[in-house]
Design a protein around this ligand. Structure first.
Ligand code: FMN
Length: 179
């Protein structure tokens, strides 16, 4: 696929088949994640364990419902809403808090979701499960992260089931200026 086609095709997928991703595709995604622009250490944690994915999903929904944040609460109250959308795989991007950890993780995750699109996989860049992990140290311990690393963002991966929550679409933005 041409790069521009991939960029135009990518959108957040919010409904997945339970089918696992082929190992070859997962390996490619992990490989490209380490080819993104980078300025420091970060860790990629692959979660395919259904029980752990489910526990993170439950913790995320619980956090959203009790967040006091109108957007999170209204979303979590939609009938059938599950914040992990049934994805069979989530990659957690973690980094040390000092330095450029957040940027390194975002660069890597963005590169990964573009390649996922190219491989005909659905993906969704997520932060809500990471916030929920931050509030659940016992669950976060399961990630077995290197000392001093904190989860920054996640990428849900899998085959789209075509019935997910639709992307809201993008508003026209006026955010370019020429000097
Ligand atoms: C920092 C960040 C956090 C996000 N967190 C979530 C999330 O927790 N759950 C979710 O479903 N989508 C999340 N998204 C995806 C955005 O909602 C999505 O990218 C945006 O609505 C544009 O839609 P598109 O990706 O389909 O083009 C997040 C995106 C970013 C950049």
């Amino acid at each position: 696929m041409e790069t521009l086609d991939t960029i135009n095709k990518r959108k957040s997928i919010r409904g997945y088949e339970s089918k696992d991703i082929e190992k070859e595709k997962l390996d490619t995604l992990l490989d490209v994640a380490n080819k993104a622009p980078n300025a420091g250490p970060f860790q990629l944690t692959v979660i395919q364990n259904k029980d752990l994915l489910n526990r993170i999903n439950v913790a995320t929904k619980d956090f959203m419902l009790n967040s006091g944040n109108e957007f999170f609460e209204s979303r979590a109250k939609i009938p059938g809403y599950e914040p992990m959308y049934g994805a069979p795989c989530m990659i957690i991007f973690s980094a040390p808090e000092e330095g450029f950890g957040q940027v390194n993780c975002a660069c890597s995750a963005t590169t990964m979701i573009l390649e996922a699109t190219d491989l005909d996989l659905g993906s969704c860049y997520v932060v809500s499960p990471v916030i929920a992990l931050g509030a659940n140290p016992e669950l976060a311990k399961k990630l077995n992260l290197p000392e001093g690393f904190t989860p920054v963002c996640g990428v849900l991966l899998g085959y789209a089931n075509g019935e997910g929550f639709p992307s809201t679409g993008r508003e026209e933005v006026d955010n370019i200026n020429y000097i």
